[in-house]
Design a protein. Structure first.
Length: 481
């Protein structure tokens, strides 16, 4: 080795020596390496990176072991007559493509006129008491001739339907064979977005399936019913999970799985569960009387848009705008009018129409309540007694091709017809029979089937209109309460 190293060579040796010492220090002190790395990135975030005193579970096995025995598979059968389904084609057979079809044809029998078969559906459910009361979805047991419950140990029990509530898609069933069923309880408080959740159910007939995820949103409206207030979860649920429970990490039920968003037909990570507080209220009524009664105010309501808020002089676009008051209703008797903006019912603040629908629907009929509303910019208070929600309250507007006179407002992009000429639209106003998707009306949310009741006439104010909204061929439901 030469004695007189060049300057460049000395630098290389020095760099290698320092690098080796640094690597050795990092290997010897991994915890120090980790802390220094965090501090180097951002000293301000070092406290946030420190371990929290509250840690989530390292796994869910203990929770699953506790709650899974209470979750059941629900099987339903609905008898149908093949004769009623018979096609006009003489070659029709109730057994297309099956060996039995070929057997019948071999002996000159093209079809079996009085053959009966059963349609079998599957869903999920869970026991809420040791004596066999269980919760599932209304759409699981709707039109069921027989209902069977398969428990986690594989035993099969016959169940009877105690009561159903189509509005919230909740059903209560009962198994009488035992009085020692394992059961679960509902959570006392609503989950927060980001909380861990577990879904247990019977997807595709695969009973006892557990998936995990988080609450990804709350207060979701999927235009299913006026009382939509779903918890959105990303724990995978699929066909057959309907009626099954969603648990928190304490093993309490926070919701009942009822729907998925799925362009493909399978789970894409967006599922919806009915909140526990809604289910508890419904189940108590079903257990007591077999059906659910709801409070009724008697108004058609719509959102307060920014344009409407400006025209009414409101500081915020909040509340429920009264578009129409039904005759002889509690609202009519209390003097409410179209154009009033309801802002509170008792202590509940009304920020959007669904808030009012949910609050009124959750209140028992014949209950006295206090409404706060704005009329011509002035806040008013009115006490009234709620009625009982009529059994059928959805109005349908069937805008069919006919000789009905129509008017076209090309500037707004609307085609209109008198309400009295369209079935189910009432006698007042104009029905929207067509909307140009590129028009100002479409931008403002006007839809086919809306009934225009009034239009602002003050030239100093933005143009706006009162609209009564009805269900058309889609699943949108009008906000009635």
């Amino acid at each position: 080795m030469r004695e007189d190293l060049s300057k460049r060579e000395r630098r290389i040796i020095l760099f290698a020596t320092v690098s080796g010492l640094a690597i050795a220090a990092l290997v010897a002190e991994p915890s120090l390496r980790s802390a220094r790395f965090v501090d180097f990135i951002s000293p301000a975030h070092s406290a946030a990176a420190a371990p929290s005193d509250v840690q989530g579970p390292s796994g869910f096995a203990d929770i699953v072991e506790k709650v899974k025995p209470a979750v059941v598979s629900v099987r339903v059968k609905m008898a149908e007559s093949a004769q009623a389904q018979r096609h006009e084609d003489e070659d029709w057979s109730p057994l297309p493509g099956l060996p039995l079809e070929r057997f019948f044809r071999r002996f000159g029998i093209p079809h079996v006129p009085h053959f009966r078969y059963s349609i079998t559906g599957q869903g999920s459910g869970f026991f809420i008491s040791a004596d066999g009361y269980a919760v599932t979805n209304y759409h699981v047991v709707d039109k069921a001739k027989t209902v069977e419950v398969v428990t986690d140990d594989g035993s099969i029990h016959t169940a009877k339907v105690i009561g159903t509530d189509p509005q919230t898609d909740v059903a209560l069933i009962k198994v009488d064979s035992r009085s020692d069923f394992p059961y679960v309880v509902f959570a006392d408080k609503a989950p927060r977005v980001g909380d861990w959740v577990l879904a247990v159910g019977n997807p595709f007939g695969l009973g006892g399936t557990v998936t995990a995820g988080i609450v990804s949103a709350s207060g979701r409206n999927i235009d299913k019913d006026p009382y939509d207030d779903f918890i959105q979860i990303d724990a995978p649920i699929n066909k057959g999970n309907s009626g099954g429970p969603t648990f928190d990490i304490e093993g309490k039920v926070i919701g009942v799985n009822t729907a998925i968003y799925s362009p493909s037909g399978g789970s894409v990570g967006i599922g919806f569960a009915i909140p526990a507080d809604t289910v508890k209220n419904v189940i108590d009524q079903l257990k007591e009387k077999g059906f659910v009664t709801r409070g009724w105010l008697g108004v058609q309501i719509q959102p307060v848009t920014s344009e409407i808020a400006d025209s009414l002089g409101l500081k915020k676009a909040e509340g429920a705008l009264v578009a129409d008051v039904q005759s002889d209703s509690p609202a009519a008797k209390a003097g409410l009018k179209s154009g009033d903006v309801i802002t509170a019912i008792d202590s509940t603040q009304i920020r959007k129409p669904r808030d009012l629908s949910k609050a009124v629907g959750a209140t028992a009929p014949n209950t006295s309540v206090t409404l706060k509303f704005l009329r011509n910019g002035t806040e008013q208070t009115q006490s009234l007694t709620l009625g009982e929600m009529p059994k059928t309250h959805e109005a349908r507007a069937e805008a069919e091709e006919s000789d009905t006179p129509k008017a076209e407002l090309s500037q707004l992009g609307l085609t209109l017809a008198p309400a009295e000429t369209v079935a189910g639209s009432g006698k007042e106003g104009l029905v929207v029979t067509d909307v140009d998707p590129a028009s100002p009306a479409a931008e403002r949310g006007i839809q086919i089937g809306d009934v225009i009741l009034d239009v602002a006439t003050n030239p100093c104010q933005p143009q706006w209109m009162y609209v009564r909204r009805f269900t058309m061929h889609t699943r949108r439901t009008s906000n009635l309460c």
